[in-house]
Ligand binder design. Structure first.
Ligand SMILES: Cc1ncc(COP(=O)(O)O)c(C=O)c1O
Length: 353
């Protein structure tokens, strides 16, 4: 029987990893001192424990290493100016990890294990949550097939782990993107809406090729027409054209981004017309050629909003606006102010730790 009340903790040796040790903070490299882990075996999740951060052992026959049954999430905890710490839209990330797990034929997590376990871990690591209002504690839950036995099949043993790491101030760097019309990321009936490792692995080569052409990221297009824009790297895609906020509709081929949903909700609060629909690069070119002022940006947990200042389409570059009065800046500020408790959390997005 899984013991979650509370999850047993083995304290880390604080002289090894302690808050402030990572200076400067490099995203992805600097874990906090504890991690959460649980094992799925004999048909249920058990052995939940919070232990010192450290290496894990895995058989070379572990199924995840061969057939790629891996799923993950990413979200953040913020320190409020008035004191206290909150985790942003944790329930929605919980629903999404279970949708990804279902698609990858992996066992779903219980609310108890995911929500309570992560709250307990973040409470233990509270001193690691940065006080800089633009910084946060990044939380990375993940599940992988650990059964040591070759053969393409659903595993009988999985591990769930959660690691955390402080994330420094994210400067608004503009990004350049290339509309990709050869490689595809997702196709109807595939895994595009799941946050599974394979989606990211398959994106690396096309992204590297675009990097060589001088672009930071790709905009993926649909697999049939190579024309309708889907998403970009680890961000959902948004445009402002004729005062309307336009974003590709959820089709099963893109990730149902939590930041996407938050920005659409805030835009509606502000009375900005929102369209969730297909948008082709031809429509975008026509808008640029008509001389319209266009905003383009990516939205996601890591960067919040990344302004796009150059879009390469079939060998020609187009230049969206990144002026100070762009709409995306006010949406970004509003979202940040909710996450850090500066304005009222009117949608109930913050879980206090
Ligand atoms: C492929 C992909 N699209 C979109 C997003 C943005 O999603 P979210 O806002 O939930 O972080 C991410 C990041 O998780 C991603 O990996």
């Amino acid at each position: 029987m899984i013991d979650l009340n509370p999850i047993p903790v083995t304290q880390a040796d604080v002289s090894a990893l302690k808050p402030g040790i990572h200076d400067p903070i490099v995203f992805g490299k600097n874990p906090t001192s504890h991690m959460l882990q649980a094992v799925f075996s004999d048909g249920s999740w058990n052995s939940a424990a919070i232990v010192p951060f450290g290496d894990i052992t895995l058989s070379p026959l572990a199924l995840c290493l061969h057939y790629g049954q891996t799923v993950f999430e990413g979200f953040k905890a913020y320190r409020h100016a008035a004191g206290g710490i909150s985790i942003f839209r944790m329930e929605r990330h919980f629903q999404r990890i279970n949708q990804s797990l279902y698609r990858m034929a992996m066992p779903e997590l219980s609310e108890e294990l995911f929500l309570k376990g992560i709250r307990q871990l973040v409470a233990l690591e509270k001193d690691w949550v940065p006080s800089d209002p633009d910084a946060s504690l990044y939380i990375r839950p993940f599940v992988f097939a650990s059964e040591p036995r070759l053969g393409v099949k659903g595993a009988s043993e999985y591990r769930f782990m959660v690691v955390c790491m402080p994330m420094g101030k994210y400067y608004d760097q503009n990004v350049s993107v290339k509309v990709e019309t050869g490689f595809v990321r997702a196709v109807d009936g595939g895994t595009g809406a799941a946050k599974c490792g394979g989606n990211y692995a398959a994106a690396i080569l096309p992204t590297q090729l675009a990097n060589r052409e001088g672009y930071d990221q790709l905009i993926w297009t649909d697999a049939i027409h190579h024309e309708y824009m889907e998403e970009s790297g680890t961000m959902n895609l948004m445009f402002v054209i004729d005062g309307k906020l336009i974003t590709p509709a959820l089709s099963g081929n893109i990730l149902d981004g939590v930041t996407r949903d938050s920005i659409l909700t805030l835009a509606q609060d502000l009375g900005i017309p929102v369209e969730e629909r297909k948008i082709s690069y031809r429509e975008l070119i026509a808008a640029f050629e008509a001389g319209k002022e266009i905003e383009a940006f990516g939205v996601g947990t890591a960067a919040v909003i990344s302004p796009i200042d150059r879009i390469g389409i079939n060998g020609k570059d187009y230049f969206p606006s990144v002026q100070d009065d762009c709409l995306f800046y006010s949406l970004k500020n509003e979202l940040q102010d909710i996450r850090t408790g500066k304005v009222r959390d009117r949608h109930g997005w913050n879980t206090l730790v």
